[in-house]
Ligand binder design. Structure first.
Ligand SMILES: Cc1cc2nc3c(=O)[nH]c(=O)nc-3n(C[C@H](O)[C@H](O)[C@H](O)COP(=O)(O)OP(=O)(O)OC[C@H]3O[C@@H](n4cnc5c(N)ncnc54)[C@H](O)[C@@H]3O)c2cc1C
Length: 384
């Protein structure tokens, strides 16, 4: 009797969700499956650390890894851009050729869309990828005081806390450099409160932290246009000496063309199993849209991409072994919120709770900051 051919499990995207899914799948399936991860970049940068890099507290090499760790664990890493997903034929097209699959996990993240607002790329900074965070670090180092504007261009964006952390870390940095009294920081957002998905208690806590630092918070304000040294916000022209704008986000183009996308361009999934509408195709992390009972979407955050990857890997491995029981993703998540001065707050909760997410917000402490550093080190050692 011959043993069955190994199944082929393909993971698209080698970010937070893709790394966890591929690692777990290979560990659970061993020789029963080939696990192939397709990622266009040869290096991975741990995004939460970009905010520390922005204020000179990290070097690029300490927060960046190649994919050799995944290869050592038996995952076949293919560095190529995914150009098509054909769920009818059960294959994906890449720049390097076509790859067939028995099971597919789509974890391509969210793309930044700077071109949507003229002038954004030329006249503003952001910390949302490594080269941009390095440029912002250099601009901050050259800053001699004045008006800093932090703005959120549009919703949704990755990590609900990150723009607020950005403002507070810049505040702490200006204090360290003796520039605080010569500066002011304003934060503009279309949101009614910080972290609205987490409920009013979390929002008011973050707003209070901003106020305690003298950062002026402007909710419900839309960015309309970018000029060389001013932003048009809520009908007003707001001049600045340094503008940090979280760019618009969009789904990766390959998803829109795949038939997996819903009306808003992101991939709709079953919120417990992360199944898409296509057979044996799962989607996890930032490229999904998961509606919550409060009418908002589950935030685009690494903690959720990670939790979803664990569930999907467990369920695919069981199915390969003929076991139809399924784990369910439960919407729980924890997030540190850096507040500058070596402190961090902590938000922890159940985002699937009914009728509203139940999120506890813990005040900034040095121990949460130390825990965030510990988590960074764990991530960079454990997964790549
Ligand atoms: C500054 C910043 C701070 C953050 N802080 C936190 C935090 O404290 N806590 C938290 O939980 N989350 C945080 N996040 C959010 C977190 O990084 C993301 O939510 C998380 O990375 C999502 O994981 P993912 O696997 O869905 O996507 P990603 O990690 O973005 O991975 C997607 C991968 O797909 C690849 N890819 C895309 N298109 C293609 C293609 N066509 N072909 C091949 N490869 C492709 C990309 O190169 C990328 O490697 C932060 C994000 C930023 C930017």
């Amino acid at each position: 009797m011959t043993s069955p051919a190994p199944q082929r499990v393909v993971v698209l995207g080698g970010g937070i969700g893709g790394q966890v899914a591929a690692t777990r799948l290979k560990a659970k399936l061993g020789a029963d499956a080939r696990v192939i991860l397709v990622e266009r970049s040869t290096t991975f940068t741990f995004a939460p650390s970009l905010l520390w890099l922005m204020v000179g507290k990290r070097q690029p090499r300490t927060i960046t890894r190649d994919y050799s760790g995944l290869s050592r664990r038996g995952v076949e890493v293919v560095h190529a851009s995914v150009t098509g997903i054909d769920t009818a034929a059960a294959e994906v097209q890449t720049e390097g050729g076509t790859i067939g699959y028995d099971y597919l996990v789509v974890a391509l993240g969210a793309a930044l869309d700077l071109g949507r607002i003229p002038g954004l790329a030329e006249h503003t900074h952001h910390p949302y990828d490594l080269p941009s965070a390095e440029r912002l670090r250099d601009a901050l180092a050259a800053f001699r005081g004045g008006r800093v504007t932090v703005a959120i261009a549009s919703l949704p964006y990755k990590c609900p806390a990150a723009p607020y952390e950005t403002a507070m870390l810049i505040d702490g940095y200006l204090r360290e450099r003796g520039l605080h009294d010569a500066s002011r920081i304003d934060l503009y957002t279309p949101e009614p409160l910080p972290l609205p998905v987490a409920g009013p208690h979390a929002g008011y806590s973050v707003a209070a932290e901003l106020a305690a630092r003298g950062i002026t918070f402007h909710p419900r304000t839309q960015l309309e246009a970018v000029e060389p040294s001013a932003l048009r916000l809520g009908g007003e022209l707001v001049p600045h000496d340094l503008a940090v704008v979280i760019p618009p986000h969009r789904p990766p183009a390959v998803i829109a063309a795949s038939g997996l996308a819903g009306p808003n361009g992101w991939i709709p999934v079953d919120r417990s199993t992360l199944r898409t509408r296509a057979s044996n195709v799962y989607a996890i992390g930032d490229n999904t849209a998961i509606p919550l009972e409060n009418g908002m979407l589950l935030p685009k955050a690494g903690v959720f991409a990670h939790g979803e990857a664990e569930v999907v890997a467990a369920n695919i491995a069981r199915r390969v072994h003929g076991d139809l029981r399924e784990d369910a993703f439960d919407g729980h998540g924890t997030c540190f919120l850096e507040t500058g001065g070596g402190k961090s707050g902590l938000a922890r909760g159940d985002f699937y709770a009914s009728p509203l997410p139940r999120v506890a917000m813990h005040r900034p402490r040095r121990t949460w900051h130390a825990a965030k550093i510990g988590f960074e080190q764990y991530w960079l050692r454990r997964w790549l």
